[in-house]
Design a protein around this ligand. Structure first.
Ligand SMILES: [Zn+2]
Ligand SMILES: [Zn+2]
Length: 387
């Protein structure tokens, strides 16, 4: 069964919503215009309930099927936020806000879930309840976590939850998924090395914080090469180094380093955190300096549940004929919090041969819309078949 005909009819309308969202990107929790537009459309579609202000600017819509003998409740989630990037696509509908851009395709995700909601509210050809979830702040703000903390899952009795992300490099409208750990836990660290500054011609009278920092950067790579099991996945990257000295003849008192740690299991995450602190502090101490380490835990590992993943893949096959095995992805995904609360699955839909997400020339491909919307609708109609 290919894409649903109704979405071919709705394509111009859904595309227009997508372009409107693209022109008006909003960052993190500041999705005020976007949330208002989503709530207004859900209400116009005839959703049984539309609630705003969940997880600050998140929106939830409820659509009841023709019957509810199954008692099932399925959550479908899209993200709404843009990125602080200066758009360089040259599109006629490019961002009207300088320094903000839909460079991850969340404009497409929002438009596709709105399209699915319109269809589901029109047809109601299922036995149970659908909860459509529109979250802010996927790009680092934890909007999904905040919606969960607001009690969303219990309030609407959500039993399973599904998510979708477009993927450049994957053929247009095709799907890919994997069970188990899928997206990495994303943590950040700050290391402040405190030495003793002084004249660069008298190094013996100083404790050179730059030399210490260089050793710390090198030693941190031993977490990956010597602490982690070689078959596990882990990234440790020092991404920023800033010295308190701006001169060629002054040895710095302080060096500040920042970076990120990506892991695919809680055990590896705990190990990395513990080793990072021990290595930075121990290395600094060996040189007579001091290291202050702050470790921030970001998104947890996003884990797809086996049964729902298999079902999501079957639905993808029914829409586009096949579903590929997705690779592990060391990026993070806020949907991890929802999958910690309820069983569910997250799938990738091909964006074709476009610039990568988070690139200033990236654009969501509108040709994805029929396949994406059909997947949403089929998840509902196949999981809760009409009585
Ligand atoms: Zn992104
Ligand atoms: Zn994204």
């Amino acid at each position: 069964m290919p894409v649903k005909n109704r979405f071919a009819e709705l394509l111009p309308e859904i595309t227009a919503w997508r372009h409107d969202l693209h022109e008006n990107p909003e960052i993190l929790f500041e999705t005020h215009r976007t949330s208002a537009m989503v709530a207004e459309k859900l209400t116009a579609f005839g959703c049984d309930e539309v609630v705003t202000g969940i997880g600050r600017t998140g929106v939830v819509g409820v659509i009841k099927g023709k019957s509810n003998t199954s008692g099932k409740v399925i959550g479908l989630r899209a993200d709404m936020d843009a990125l602080p990037i200066h758009e360089q696509t040259g599109l006629p509908y490019k961002s009207k806000t300088d320094g903000a851009m839909h460079a991850c395709g969340h404009d497409g995700h929002t438009a596709m879930l709105l399209g699915a909601a319109k269809y589901l509210a029109e047809t109601r050809n299922f036995d149970g309840t659908v909860v459509v979830i529109f979250q802010p702040a996927e790009e680092g703000g934890g909007g999904g976590r905040e919606m969960c903390e607001d009690g969303m899952m219990d309030r609407w009795g959500v039993q399973e939850v599904y998510g979708m992300h477009n993927w450049p490099g994957l053929p247009l409208g095709s799907f890919a998924i994997r069970p188990g750990a899928f997206f990495a836990a994303t943590d950040q660290f700050d290391i402040m090395i405190e030495g003793r500054g002084g004249h660069a011609a008298k190094p013996h009278e100083t404790v050179d914080s730059t030399l210490v920092a260089a050793h710390v950067v090198t030693a941190l790579q031993s977490i990956v090469s010597r602490n982690a099991d070689p078959v596990d996945q882990i990234v440790v990257s020092v991404t920023a180094i800033e010295s308190s000295s701006k001169a060629f003849n002054v040895i710095a008192q302080r060096v500040h380093m920042k970076g990120t740690v990506r892991t695919m299991s809680t055990a590896m995450r705990d190990l990395a955190q513990q080793r990072l602190k021990a290595i930075a502090e121990g290395t600094a101490a060996a040189f007579g300096a001091k290291a202050d380490v702050t470790y921030y835990r970001g998104y947890p590992v996003m884990v797809n549940h086996a049964e729902q993943t298999e079902f999501a893949a079957e639905v993808a096959k029914s829409v586009s004929g096949a579903c590929a095995d997705a690779p592990l992805i060391m990026g993070g995904e806020d949907f991890a919090f929802m999958l910690e609360e309820r069983p569910g699955a997250y799938i990738l839909v091909g964006n074709g041969n476009t610039a990568a997400v988070h690139h200033p020339e990236y654009n969501f491909s509108d040709e994805v819309i029929p396949a994406g919307c059909s997947w949403w609708a089929e998840i509902v109609e196949q999981r809760m078949p009409a009585a």
